[in-house]
Design a protein around this ligand. Structure first.
Ligand SMILES: [Zn+2]
Length: 273
């Protein structure tokens, strides 16, 4: 073996004086205490952090999900304006006299869905507000030109024909869900079909979602009303469509929602008074 393989420890250590020995002992003691205190502090910090992280989660779990409730509404300041373009009424009895040409804007930067400019901005603000509440609204359709509206109607009608309905039956059933092109308010740029990230089918099942609960509570604050409510089908001539929302402006939306009426009934009542 070479000499190098024998470490220094093999050589006898120089003897420490008593003072040196005591000094080293004190230093070691101090170091060990410092280590112990640091470890204790770290453990306490971790536990505190863990508890603080856990508490709100446990609390949320016990309290259940946050419920969405509409703010109370005092309609005394509401003034109906019969010339408000945002209250335009389009239905099976009131088809377009001519194809509308709204000034359009994309709702979001990365969306192909367009609405009338004011409605688009209100809708964008609404999407952001919903997101802040943990609700991911997904736009399904906005402004549709005459071809787009025809296609939606024809697709619906074809589904009934495929299901064995006669031409007449299929047309009638389709109109209850998707009005004909000249009667569909998707041409105004004020109508928007809204679903959610966790529910992407346009059917009544959407009414059971948190997103629908959120819309029911807050959409009016952004100027949107549920256009075809469950209990107003006789007045609207259209089945319950929890996904179809209509921009009318905030003041109108709050008043219409508070009235419990459909747009048809609300306008009739306001024009008569
Ligand atoms: Zn729609």
């Amino acid at each position: 073996m070479e000499q190098n393989d024998h470490p220094a420890s093999a050589r006898p250590k120089p003897r420490l004086t008593r003072a040196q020995y005591m000094r080293r002992k004190r230093l070691r003691l101090a170091r060990n205490w410092a280590i112990l205190l640091l470890v204790c502090a770290a453990v306490v910090a971790l536990m505190t952090k863990g508890i603080l992280w856990l508490l709100p989660k446990a609390n949320a779990l016990l309290a259940g999900p946050q419920s969405f409730e509409a703010a109370s509404y005092d309609g005394t300041a509401y003034a109906f304006d019969a010339d408000d373009a945002r209250l335009v009424l389009v239905n099976a009895n009131l088809p377009y006299a001519e194809e509308p040409a709204p000034a359009l804007a994309a709702v979001t930067d990365n969306s192909t869905i367009q609405l009338e400019a004011e409605a688009a901005e209100a809708c964008r603000t609404m999407l952001e507000a919903a997101k802040a509440d943990g609700i991911e609204l997904v736009l399904n359709a906005g402004y549709l030109d005459v071809d787009g509206r025809s296609a939606v109607y024809e697709t619906q009608k074809q589904a009934y024909l495929d299901a064995g309905k006669t031409e007449e039956q299929a047309a009638s059933l389709a109109e209850d869900i998707q009005p004909r092109a000249e009667c569909s308010e998707h041409g105004t740029g004020y109508a928007v079909d809204i679903l959610s990230a966790d529910y992407t089918t346009r059917d009544t099942g959407f009414a059971a979602t948190r997103a629908y609960e959120w819309l029911t509570a807050y959409a009016a604050e952004y100027g949107f009303i549920l256009r075809y409510p469950q209990d107003r089908q006789a007045a609207t001539g259209v089945v319950f469509e929890p996904w179809h929302w209509r921009y009318v402006g905030t003041e109108n939306a709050l008043a219409i929602r508070a009235s419990g009426l459909s747009l048809e009934e609300f306008l009739t009542l306001q024009r008569a008074s």
